[in-house]
Design a protein around this ligand. Structure first.
Ligand code: DON
Length: 315
């Protein structure tokens, strides 16, 4: 049975409750510090944005505050890559959860430089390397153009935060090590291009309101429900979402499935994007992270929204 899309009044009431519950959690988290520039972010920021397939938009709190996409970018680079060159990126990557931290190096050497999935760092670096273009600026321009097309905004709405890019480029030794292992196994060809593209992609700026808008194509089998524009094929949208459900929340994918029940993707900058297929995209932003590196405020808020609006795909 197809469930109805909640109306504005229901969404606003649920958003209010979710915001209060999420905000209360934020005091118990900490911002990411391993990228020095991220350590400067205010941990009390918190906001949520909703876009429905019927064109209802609603937001609360710091939903227009800019942040760097970090790992949320991985679902859009995968979308852009498979739309451009099909399954080629999966010739050297599987689609299984890793069971390890997103930055882990352990299985990569054991598994001959083949990342477990596109949402851990190794898989995302490989995916970034597959963006069309001859060098990192070229590949990032393609990525930004994809975001522009998906959101109906200008690509310029998604600039690279140069300070965050430099900060990660100067300190991202483990990501370079992942790329070197993949280079050793001939899975990528140029470490510098791959990591520069990945670091720049992670430093692309957006807001919760923009994030929910960009992701609308994932609510509607790859087409923007508001304009009808084809963004990616239905089969590709299915794959991107399925991987979000199995690997989008790292080591909290199980509890998130129980509490929220929506394909989701988190980032160390504090974003959690959740997709209710056929209904809405929800973007939470709260840079205070819990022990597993996911935004505790956004996860709590998504749990409340999912219950109030009956969104879980497992119900
Ligand atoms: O590679 C990194 O460490 C960051 N640029 C992105 C990591 C990230 O967002 C993981 N998400 N939870």
């Amino acid at each position: 049975m197809t469930r109805p899309v909640p109306d504005r009044a229901a969404i606003e009431a649920a958003l209010d409750e979710a915001y209060q519950a999420g905000l209360a959690k934020c005091a118990h988290g900490h911002v990411a510090t391993y990228i020095p520039e991220l350590a400067r972010v205010d941990p009390s920021l918190f906001g949520i944005a909703v876009h429905t397939v019927d064109g209802v938009t609603a937001s609360i709190g710091d939903a227009a505050h800019p942040f760097t996409m970090q790992s949320v970018s991985k679902i859009f680079s995968l979308s852009a890559v498979i739309e451009h060159s099909g399954e080629r990126v999966f010739e050297h990557m599987s689609t299984e959860p890793s069971g390890d931290a997103f930055f882990s190096i352990v299985k990569l050497e054991e598994e001959k430089g083949q990342p477990r999935n596109p949402y851990i760092n190794a898989g995302a670096i490989l995916t970034s390397d597959h963006l069309p273009g001859v060098d990192a600026p070229d590949k990032i321009a393609h990525f930004q153009a994809f975001l522009g097309r998906a959101s109906g905004l200008e690509a310029a709405a998604f600039p690279v935060n140069e300070a965050v890019f430099r900060s990660e480029a100067e300190t991202g030794h483990r990501n370079r090590a992942l790329a070197e292992i993949m280079r050793h196994h001939k899975v990528i060809s140029d470490v510098e291009v791959a990591v520069e593209t990945y670091f720049r992609q992670c430093a692309v700026t957006c807001t919760a309101e923009h994030l929910a808008r960009i992701a609308m194509f994932l609510t509607n089998a790859g087409a923007d429900p508001l304009t009808g524009e084809h963004i990616i094929t239905p089969a590709n949208a299915h794959g991107v979402l399925a991987l979000m459900a199995t690997s989008g929340m790292y080591d909290e994918v199980g509890s998130h499935a129980i509490e929220v029940g929506l394909p989701s993707k988190s980032s160390v900058s504090g974003a959690v994007l959740a997709i209710a297929p056929g209904r809405m995209a929800i973007a939470g932003f709260g840079p205070a992270l819990g022990q597993k590196g996911n935004s505790i405020g956004a996860m709590k808020a998504l749990g409340v929204l999912s219950k109030r609006l009956e969104l879980s795909v497992f119900r």
